[in-house]
Design a protein around this ligand. Structure first.
Ligand code: SAM
Length: 587
């Protein structure tokens, strides 16, 4: 079917076919091309379906236009980059090629085989062997098998020289015992509520600088994508798992349905399908272009899955939860039950305060009204679904957080500072526990993004019984009070009266110096911390935390303590970045 047909012309041709073929099963869907959408009525005979049960996959491939031609062209681009030893860019092209390859095509095997060649060059031998196996399992041509066998042999010989992959979780570990019901949250943290702050988190133990007090994965998350609302790397979706957002050294498998999504493992593929991807897959292209509706729709899909796909069940569930006012502390999440955990998270989500903003949700009307599985449900329940989406957008507005990832290449932009170079905004998600933390322009905890999760690290000592404060964009070190207050009022609807606003803390370089010895230590650490070898670097990091901890009460705010806090953050970021850099640089 040509992409050049107009919608009208297609409707005409297909309507003629409908008239002629009374046995036809009519499936109406939006055929998704790379840049535009055409509304196509697709017909096929029921007899045909019965005779050829596998034609479902063929139809799916046509629908989302998995295409050998595109996948081959992309693989060739990858080969050219591989020839130039631009491994990271070559890998992205192979991944994109995999996403476009029909399931039965040899191009799947060929792209996996090409990836194995890159992993071989990078001395990532286990990944190389895994990709050789993937190639063989996915139609790799028999006549070329000797190439792979040879690579496999060499790999087995070289395995002892393999590059050690640093596991970030060796460093990012909870300092305290985990909460019994809330896995990954330190057992000394509790939720409180009062008029001024609403819900907030306090600690029942004194906390020290460097303590890791929570590691949380998002309940729902999306990878950022290029849209009229946002400028993002097109490749973002070909270098992270749609389910857990991990880059997995680009060792990702394509979704069997759409051309837009990859997963780091079969387990993530299956989990995403069960929770939401079965609904988003046929409309993924449109979803990626829809801005904030994207994540609101994902929540709708998760909620629908938890209610057995029944809109009546979902309506009843939403009615029941209307007046609950709960937080994650009210439930037991220790059991691995998708339905009960999801319903409990949804109760927490719907208990959050909505912003007053009214969102334009036209994009979701367009998506649902042509959705192959949900179109009828949408037609019959428009009001309920619209309200659901509007409410989610309003909640997201206040409670969703950015997710960051390290750069996977060595080619940093020298015009940017350390943090902007090494930290890219890759997604957004809802973290049920962390979203209960309030803001201060002089925060005492920082969020670090590690493989799609949020790690909460203490950056100023916190006394027993005190509140945890995070920074929502407006740090006194970086922005004057007037602009911080404007941002917070506009985006979060409150007037900040944190200690930095109240006492009008000056920003560097006007910040006072209180101890010249610590300034010297801070400057030396700033220069060295990134390049020191593993053990020395870790020791310097701990020294840095200890100096902040000990000098905080008499010397905060001061230039030296702000400097040390920055060194602390650099070390945490470098942990992620170093790991990524080793991953994709030639050996
Ligand atoms: C991510 S939520 C934090 C949890 C929130 N307190 C609650 O009750 O659900 C963000 C909202 O909390 C409130 N908030 C955050 N920091 C605050 C502060 N320092 N003072 C007053 N309200 C704050 C604002 O209403 C903001 O929109």
């Amino acid at each position: 079917m040509s992409e050049h047909y107009s919608e009208q012309r297609l409707s005409h041709i297909l309507n003629e076919k409908v008239k002629r073929n009374c046995f036809s099963l009519i499936v109406q869907f939006r055929a998704i091309s790379r840049d535009s959408c055409y509304h196509i009525s697709f017909l096929f005979s029921l007899n045909y379906l019965l005779k050829f049960p596998n034609c479902y996959q063929v139809i799916l491939n046509m629908q989302i236009r998995k295409s050998d031609k595109i996948s081959e062209a992309l693989r060739n681009e990858g080969n050219k980059l591989y020839g130039e030893k631009r491994f990271y860019h070559a890998m992205l092209k192979y991944n994109e090629s995999l996403c476009h390859t029909p399931l039965t095509s040899v191009n799947l095997g060929l792209a996996y085989a090409n990836r194995s060649a890159i992993y071989f060059e990078l001395r990532l031998y286990e990944k190389c062997l895994k990709n050789i196996k993937l190639a063989i399992d996915h139609n790799y041509p028999c006549e070329k098998l000797n190439v792979l066998n040879h690579r496999e042999e060499k790999c087995n010989e070289m395995k002892h020289q393999k590059l050690a992959i640093i596991n970030p979780w060796n460093f990012f570990k909870l300092t305290y015992k985990s909460h019994k019901k809330l896995h990954g949250v330190a057992d000394c943290l509790q939720v409180r509520i009062n008029e001024k702050y609403g819900k907030h988190i306090i600690t029942t133990k004194p906390l020290h600088v460097g303590d890791i007090i929570a590691i949380e994965k998002p309940f729902c998350s999306v990878l950022l994508s290029e849209s009229k609302f946002l400028k993002v790397d097109k490749e973002n979706k070909f270098q992270r798992c749609r389910n857990c957002l991990k880059d997995n050294q680009l060792d990702l498998i394509p979704c069997s349905g759409c051309c837009e999504v990859m997963f780091c493992s079969d387990k993530c593929h299956q989990e995403a399908n069960e929770r939401f991807h079965k609904y988003e897959c046929p409309v993924m292209n449109l979803l990626l272009k829809s801005g904030s509706v994207n994540i609101a729709l994902q929540i709708f899909f998760i909620a629908l899955s938890a209610c057995d796909g029944s809109i009546e069940n979902l309506q009843n569930f939403m009615l029941e939860t209307e007046n609950t006012n709960s937080t994650v502390f009210d439930y037991n999440f220790s059991q691995d039950s998708f339905v009960s955990n999801t319903k409990n998270y949804l109760k927490c989500l719907t208990s959050l305060t909505r912003s007053q903003r009214k969102f334009c949700i036209q994009a979701h009307d367009d998506i649902l009204s042509t959705h192959p599985q949900l179109k009828n449900m949408w037609n019959e329940n428009q009001e309920f679904i619209r309200n659901f989406i509007q409410k989610q957008c309003q909640i997201n507005d206040q409670y969703f957080h950015g997710i960051f990832g390290g750069s996977l290449t060595k080619t940093g932009n020298e015009n940017l500072d350390f943090f902007s170079t090494h930290q890219k905004s890759i997604g957004s998600g809802w973290f049920p526990f962390c979203s209960l933390i309030n803001h201060s322009c002089a925060p005492n905890v920082t969020r670090v993004s590690v493989e799609g999760k949020v790690v909460l690290v203490v950056c100023r000592p916190i006394a027993e019984g005190s509140q945890l404060f995070d920074c929502y964009k407006a740090n006194f070190n970086k922005q004057p009070k007037s602009s911080r207050q404007m941002t917070l009022l506009k985006e979060f609807n409150f007037t900040c009266d944190c200690e930095a606003c109240d006492k009008n803390y000056p920003a560097p370089p006007i910040l006072p110096i209180k101890d010249i010895k610590i300034v010297k230590f801070g400057k030396k650490t700033e220069e060295e911390i990134v390049n020191l070898k593993g053990g020395q670097s870790l020791k310097r990091y701990h020294d840095c935390c200890e100096v902040i901890d000990k000098n905080h009460d008499q010397n905060f705010p001061s230039l030296e303590l702000s400097l040390l806090q920055m060194c602390q953050a650099m070390y945490q970021l470098k942990q992620n970045h170093l790991i990524s850099q080793i991953r994709m640089s030639p050996g």
